[in-house]
Design a protein around this ligand. Structure first.
Ligand code: GLY
Length: 253
């Protein structure tokens, strides 16, 4: 799928008080802003019209906009985020997406974080995690089916979200960590596995024929180079300290 638009949100000055399990130390606000600006500029370079939202006071994780919706060519499904401190972020995304797509919603007791939903053309992998529960996955699956898609669920046995460990590179190929190497995929799909120690590099973002990957993972870079991908590396050290990555910081459609 070619993407034409992205929604991002500038991190707020309170972003370091967001949820994290990382032991990488406190993030730096100025560096975070520089890295986020480089990220937005890269989306623009790849042909996307970027809708940049302002920070959302009281919601330090709100720049992880991906968790608030699942957008397909036919519908935007507004999620009910799994973390209580993040509920409410989705209300500010809905009016933006409503300008581009018909809107549907996940309802209590279901919860879904967009970071747990991997689109592979018309098939969706939905991770069951601490954020996305079975009711949420079933609600989302029913909506996706209504618009002609298929889906399957997968337990998230490592990382915060499914996409912390698995991402779609295009060409029926996914990038996975060892924990997900036995994942069953629709027929015709292949896996590339990142080396042990390179788990964070599995969080790549495939956009309009280019792979954006986190800087600092030469072994994974070599594998993707050898597979023939066009690659841009971005330093995302500060968002990593907040359990985030390349995919979480935008909603592409
Ligand atoms: N800090 C990202 C999240 O926990 O949702």
């Amino acid at each position: 799928m070619m993407f034409t638009h992205a929604i991002t949100r500038k991190p707020g000055t309170d972003f370091a008080s967001g949820l994290t399990s990382s032991k990488l130390g406190p993030p730096d606000y100025q560096l975070m802003i520089e890295q986020h600006t480089a990220y937005v500029n890269t989306l623009t370079l790849l042909g996307l019209a970027v809708i940049e939202l302002e920070p959302l006071p009281g919601y330090p994780d709100a720049y992880f906009v991906e968790d608030t919706a699942i957008v397909t060519p036919d519908v935007a499904v507004i999620t009910r985020p799994g973390a209580r401190s993040r509920r409410g972020e989705e209300k500010t995304i809905e009016p933006v997406l409503a300008q581009y797509r018909r809107v549907e919603r996940i309802h209590a007791p279901g919860s879904v974080d967009g970071g747990d939903v991997l689109a592979m053309e018309g098939h969706f992998l939905i991770g069951i995690s601490h954020r996305t529960n079975k009711q949420g996955a079933q609600q989302l699956g029913r909506i996706l089916e209504k618009y002609g898609n298929t889906w399957s669920s997968v337990p998230v046995k490592a990382g915060l979200h499914l996409k912390s460990s698995i991402n779609y590179l295009g060409n029926n190929t996914i990038l996975v960590t060892r924990e997900f190497s036995d994942l069953s995929l629709p027929e015709g799909y292949e896996k590339i596995m990142v080396d042990d120690g390179d788990e964070y590099a599995a969080n790549t973002l495939a956009l309009n024929g280019t792979i954006i990957m986190p800087a600092g993972f030469p072994k994974t870079r070599k594998k993707l180079d050898e597979a023939g991908y066009e690659i841009i590396e971005l330093d995302v050290s500060e968002t990593r300290k907040m359990d985030g990555g390349l995919t979480c910081m935008s909603l592409r459609f």
